[in-house]
Design a binder for this molecule. Sequence first.
Ligand code: NAD
Length: 312
Amino acid sequence: MRIVVTGGAGFIGSHLVDRLVEMGHDVAVVDNLSSGRREFVNKAAELHVRDLKDADWGVGIRGEVVFHFAANPEVRLSTTEPVVHFNENVLATFNVLEWARQTGVKTVVFASSSTVYGDAEVIPTPEEAPYKPISVYGAAKAAGEVMCATYARLYGIKCLAIRYANIVGPRLRHGVIYDFIMKLRKNPNVLEVLGDGTQRKSYLYITDAMDATIQAWQKLEEEKEPYMALNVGNLDAVRVLDIAKIVSEVLGLRPEIKLVPATEDGRGWPGDVKYMTLSISKLMKLTGWRPTMTSAEAVRKTAEDLARELWR
Ligand code: NAD
């Protein structure tokens, strides 16, 4: 099958492309290489260096299915630069949906996020929980989901929104584990931790996330419903202070931990969700998928992966 992956040079997108190529699909990657890297793109895939903010980004590109994984994933930046997130995450998603409508794409799989729930009242949070984002990034993902759902109902394009928890693994170039490694590379004696360190969130290793993504997509193709939103995360969570400990251990360091809370209630930055675990019962029931590693195991394995990639 001919499949287009936007953001296919990025962390999750490049692993997804590897999977789709392994499965025998014909894959086209669309990426502007803003955070993605050419060397992450599978050699068997076709790379189109284009910017999804341009309305005509899709000229000459066709596919039966599009996985829309391009985005600016920096939640912190969305607080200080909301317009960047509007353009990269709302406008770009609209341009992808318009291209899908105009070229007869059958299925769109959209990389959404746990941040659409904000400070959820129920944890683990089920898909039925309301949209209550507390960051512009989360708002942009919710906007993307609503547009996808509307294109599904109005134009008959099947759409799956995957609300990812924190996904981690090799090639990751943002988020807390990457941040800790880069800080410790600069100064191995002190580790600055954003927030009061008690933030507790769910982490899923990339191979588990890819199994879940492929199985959820295959399930959508069998369903009558044109639109589905599914959580993809782990069954448990891990505290930021424990992540600091794991990363330091993996690097063989014992840095002094310096806590830097940005808000009175100890968040890392305004818009940081403090506690996040998603309910994954729906996905487990639909597909039989289960995570094979805990959050702490996923963090440790990622710290080892990134140490190999970045620590010198
Ligand atoms: P990433 O930054 O590694 O990948 C994003 C890719 O999109 C990059 O290759 C980048 O160059 C490309 N891109 C950005 N803007 C573009 C544009 N205007 N035109 C073309 N390409 C563009 O991030 P990631 O962690 O791999 O995230 C992939 C997707 O999953 C994103 O949509 C992100 O919001 C979502 N997500 C990620 C996580 C996570 O924990 N990593 C969690 C929830 C949701």
